[in-house]
Design a protein around this ligand. Structure first.
Ligand code: B4P
Length: 191
């Protein structure tokens, strides 16, 4: 099985590249951001709790997100591989993911981390905010908080995968196809 963690700060291009990668490698796409937004749309009980954090650009508590991902992995028993997009975002989430995959007997193959400077991230997210109406992309203060939270709570996840020799840094600036090719080179090196 090919199990990829697609990693990077908000606006780094994770969702954009995940769409292309699932098509090429036939992976199941698990995006915690997308799952949370679907919960918000359906106005589930879980989403009422999650919204309080998302609106401020904070991370949703680990217990909520870990439970969501576990349910989705269990629901995709026949998958030949997964792409985890926006998850794990804390070291506790990374440990929980390893435990879930150990039960299935299939580890993470590689963590691909996209790097983009803050100025470019803010520009991309404000543009998406205008085009999509996504609430957490419309306010520069919230975007800056998301980047701060990434630097403080999420970037240590790099050390977690680096210790397992699975971390791979990818330049996330350039055209979507150029970045896609960089990711494919890193994946094909694994297979
Ligand atoms: P996410 O939905 O994961 O949102 P994101 O980090 O902003 O990344 P996304 O994948 O959507 O954007 P992309 O970089 O592709 O999370 C939203 C919120 O949910 C979080 O703030 C948090 O509250 C919560 N959450 C989610 N997962 C969680 C977890 N595991 N634990 C706790 N809380 C969690 O693209 C951004 C824009 O850039 C797009 O408009 C795209 O078109 C553009 N773009 C992409 N590539 C480009 C390129 N090469 N050049 C120019 N523009 C490009």
């Amino acid at each position: 099985m090919l199990n990829i963690v697609l990693f990077g700060p908000p606006g780094a291009g994770k969702g954009t590249q995940a769409e292309k990668l699932i098509e090429k490698y036939h992976l199941v796409h698990l995006s915690t951001g997308d799952i949370l937004r679907a919960e918000l749309k359906a106005e589930t009980e879980l989403s009422i709790e999650a919204k309080k954090f998302m609106d401020k650009g904070e991370l949703v508590p680990d217990a909520i997100v870990i439970g969501m991902i576990e349910g989705k992995i269990d629901a995709n028993q026949k998958a030949t591989g997964f792409i985890f997009d926006g998850f794990p975002r804390t070291t506790a989430q990374a440990e929980a993911l390893d435990a879930m995959l150990a039960k299935k007997g299939t580890p993470i193959s590689r963590m691909l981390a996209l790097f983009v400077d803050d100025e470019e991230l803010i520009k991309r997210l404000l543009l998406r905010g205008k085009e999509s109406g996504r609430a957490d992309d419309q306010d520069q203060t919230i975007i800056e908080n998301r980047i701060r939270v990434y630097n403080k709570d999420t970037s240590p996840v790099i050390d977690y995968y680096d210790a397992q020799n699975k971390y791979f840094a990818i330049n996330g600036v350039g055209s979507i196809d150029e970045i896609f090719n960089r990711l494919c080179e890193a994946i094909d090196d694994v297979k």
